[in-house]
Design a protein around this ligand. Structure first.
Ligand code: BGC
Length: 805
């Protein structure tokens, strides 16, 4: 079969059975709905208001009932044929005879929202209209039960804000201003208009359920203790069928089994990252160190008191009992045997979570860390499942960056290691026996990499701050004329003009073709010998779009038979040029996928999403995104999985396995510490080596070691004074030499890094376009060698060879 035929020829041949297209197909949409159903988290259900009884009469309030947010904005957006909002979901349930809806309220919101769209308000960023008293009265005459719904939208290039508008420095100012005007005094918190709407509904209806259509952490204090708001469903941003998936849960067709992958605290200020989040445009000091999320809240009693909904939490319509049968430590493996029994009357799923607590020792440790998790199958009423969960003893090691035990080593400090099993970071049972380690054990001796220069202090295990040494950073001379950074932004890759050459002409030229390498006729070394310096420099940059793609390609040396392999975003679906009118499946946002705690399901989503990528002749899917939810304010949290690196790593690995099962390259992004959007291209994330390795890099490490991603995307930001894309420590030292990464590293699109420095650091390709002229100039000035450029080019060709089938 002709190699790379999908990339070389444009007809997007359907991949489905009997010539059907898989892109946006019914099966994928059903899978998206299923994943959404499993990721929704039931936060509250007093008096078992949910699920609604058959025939329940309902009135729905809040513009989010129709202004549905399927996912966040920016490169993670997806062009879909439709989205189903909550009202449309409930309409289907009404047709099935499950509920009866008071439609005039829906009609009112529809009219209001359409009028706002006509004025230019974007979906998800409309204003909450005032509920007319008359409508409320009519609705109350219809029913005693109301649903209140709230939505939030955020996106790439700007961060979220709290009550006080101190955010929005840097980033996309127009979006930021738009958002600021819309959210008036709310985003994390409710706006005044939303508060009034909730108040009115509460006063009018004895029974009120809340549905939250949001992509990240928000204030939950307004309903936690409020008796008049009996039930709350965290419905997230659920993709194309999110409204129907929420209706499935409200009506009891699906039993909720999602669990939070973040800690929900009382106020934004309760998160240790909030104070310094907007301190500067130039840097962020990660002073809370490894105490991120539940690692912070569970470690300090004043913080623990601030938790409203803990990490791992989520209710079900049934009750489960988790009974730990045994925990043993043998051959350096912790093995947990637990039985989960469904004690209630409905079938449901539960998540078993195993945490450990390492001795405080000299380094100090979080009180709890997740060691393993596993979701049950759908358990019938009364059914029991035996679960075996394992993790390695070395997973409990800490990185000693200051040499308190052994400098730059992962160490297990001597003492007692306790284990806890349960279904949230707060609902745990301590196992009766600890594992005792006599004396300290060095798990792996590494070297110092990406150490901070200017992080003044960090939080320690006893709640005090430790002062950190300041190092002087010496700026290396560039060696080239300075480039005009603003000019680079959004620049299109230039075509070398070989695209039009006929295949026959190319073959006649007597050159070796890449297909000869794919067919095992010649080695890649032989193939590469014929490439000129210009050819190599060309390969190190992005290539013009073809077909439906809008994020450019890689390769594209037609005279050597190197295809132009297109990339496309993710992660919530295949994003292509909207003008093409090819509609794809919008999957639930990444946080919601993680809240399923179901790695098999996420793998299925990865495979289905990648088959759409492949059908559209695209070879590289810029998915998954897996930065840590360090702060609720990060505008792109919806694209990321969790505050916990194990959850992020396991979800990312599942996604990559699914994607690459379709012979599509996954691109794991953004490596690393892209935890803030404002000024993301120049902001310096200052973080200790310990927090870097235990929190911010750990998820990527899991993905690399468990699922062999073919590409990784470095991030825009700086990490400890060096651009991530120019960081040898991160991209070669840690990623390749320590973890054994075999794929290519791409920059994020139009980084401000210098191309030759990126290549030398191990960043193989510069996207959206490269700067071959500057690379060649750097070569002439002996700043980079042909051999160094060839190393990157070779990796790019190896990746393209993986796509030959
Ligand atoms: C985003 C990436 C994305 C790329 C291509 C960048 O702005 O940060 O996540 O993959 O654009 O669209």
């Amino acid at each position: 079969m002709e190699k790379w035929s999908r990339f070389n020829y444009q007809p997007c041949l359907p991949l489905g059975k009997e010539g059907a297209r898989v892109t946006g197909c019914r099966e994928h949409i059903e899978l998206s709905r299923k994943a959404a159903g499993e990721g929704m988290v039931l936060l509250k259900n007093e008096g078992s208001l949910l699920p609604f009884c058959k025939g329940q009469k309902l009135a729905v309030f809040g513009k989010a009932a129709v202004d549905y947010v399927k996912g966040g904005g920016g490169s993670g957006d997806v062009t879909v044929a439709y989205t189903r909002n909550l009202m449309e979901g409930l309409r289907i349930k009404e047709q099935e005879g499950k509920v009866e809806v008071f439609w005039p309220a829906a009609g009112y919101y529809e009219k209001e929202i359409q009028a706002q769209y006509a004025k230019g308000y974007c979906p998800g960023m409309t204003l909450e209209p005032e509920v007319p008293e008359e409508l409320l009265g009519q609705a109350r005459a219809f029913t005693d039960t109301a649903v209140v719904t709230i939505c939030r939208y955020s996106g790439e290039g700007w961060d979220r804000k709290s009550i006080a508008d101190k955010a929005f420095a840097g980033g996309d100012q127009s979006l930021a201003r738009l958002s600021a005007s819309i959210f008036e005094n709310g985003d994390f918190c409710l706006t005044e208009a939303e508060k009034q709407m909730v108040e009115k509904v509460k006063k009018t209806f004895p029974y009120v359920a809340v549905v939250l259509n949001v992509g990240g952490m928000i204030d939950t204090s307004w309903f936690k203790e409020d008796k008049s708001l009996s039930a709350v469903l965290m419905a997230w941003q659920g993709g194309i069928e999110g409204g129907l998936a929420a209706a499935d849960i409200l009506c009891g067709d699906v039993n909720p089994s999602g669990k939070l992958t973040d800690t929900f605290a009382q106020t934004l200020e309760d998160y240790p990252s909030s104070e310094g989040f907007h301190e500067s445009l130039d840097y962020v000091n990660y002073e809370e160190d490894v105490y991120v999320g539940y690692r912070y809240f569970e470690s300090f009693s004043q913080a623990k008191a601030k938790v409203i909904y803990p990490f791992g939490y989520g209710l079900s319509y049934t009750e489960f009992e988790i009974c730990t049968k045994n925990i043993s430590v043998e051959n350096d493996q912790v093995r947990v045997k637990a039985e989960v029994t469904n004690l209630g009357l409905r079938p449901g799923k539960e998540v078993v979570q195993v945490y450990y607590s390492a001795p405080q020792g000299k380094l100090g440790k979080p009180a709890l860390e997740l060691g393993a998790f596993q979701k049950t199958r759908l358990l019938a009423a009364g059914e029991t499942q035996t679960m075996i969960l394992t993790f390695s003893v070395s997973d409990m090691a800490s990185f000693d960056d200051l040499g308190k035990v052994s400098k730059s080593a992962y160490v297990l400090e001597g003492g007692s290691y306790s284990f806890y099993v349960g279904n949230s970071a707060e609902n745990l049972e301590k196992w009766r026996e600890d594992w005792v380690l006599n004396g300290d054990r060095i798990v792996s001796q590494l070297t110092s990499k990406s150490a901070p220069y200017k992080l003044p202090k960090r939080l320690t295990g006893d709640g005090s701050y430790e002062m950190l040494p300041e190092r002087e950073q010496i700026q290396e001379p560039l060696g080239l004329p300075k480039q005009d950074m603003d000019r680079l932004e959004g620049m299109e890759p230039a075509d070398r003009g070989y695209g039009q050459m006929l295949r026959e002409e190319i073959e006649k030229s007597g050159k070796h073709m890449l297909s000869e390498v794919a067919e095992g006729k010649i080695t890649l070394d032989t193939f590469m010998e014929q490439l000129s310096d210009e050819d190599l420099a060309h390969l190190l940059g992005g290539q013009p779009n073809t077909g439906v793609a809008n994020t450019y390609g890689m390769g594209n040396l037609r005279e050597y038979g190197i295809p132009n392999v297109m990339t496309a975003d993710g992660p919530a679906g295949l994003r292509i040029r909207p003008q093409c009118r090819v509609y794809t499946t919008a999957w639930p946002c990444a946080t919601m996928l993680a809240c399923t705690w179901n790695t098999e399901l996420v793998e299925q989503v990865g495979a289905a999403g990648a088959s759409e990528v492949k059908e559209n002749n695209i070879g590289i899917w810029l998915t998954p995104a897996m930065n840590i939810h360090r702060s609720p304010l990060c505008g792109r949290n919806f694209e990321y999985y969790s505050e916990d690196p194990l959850v992020a790593g396991k979800m990312g690995a599942a996604m990559v396995r699914g994607i690459q099962s379709q012979h599509v390259a996954a691109s794991v992004k953004h490596f690393a510490c892209n935890n803030k959007e404002s000024n993301r291209k120049d902001s310096d994330s200052r973080v200790s080596e310990r927090a870097l390795r235990e929190i911010y890099l750990k998820g990527f490490e899991i993905v690399v070691k468990e699922s062999d991603p073919w590409t990784i995307m470095s991030s825009y930001n700086l990490v400890n004074g060096h651009r991530a894309s120019e960081s040898w420590d991160l991209l070669t030292g840690i990623l390749r030499e320590e973890w054994g990464f075999k794929g290519i590293v791409t920059t994020d699109w139009w980084t401000r890094g210098e191309h030759y420095k990126e290549a030398k650091a191990g960043n193989d390709i510069k996207m959206g376009c490269g700067y071959p002229d500057r690379l060649l100039m750097a070569m002439e000035r002996e700043l980079i060698t042909r051999e160094e450029i060839a190393i990157c080019a070779r990796r790019i060709l190896e990746m393209i060879l993986k796509l030959a089938h």
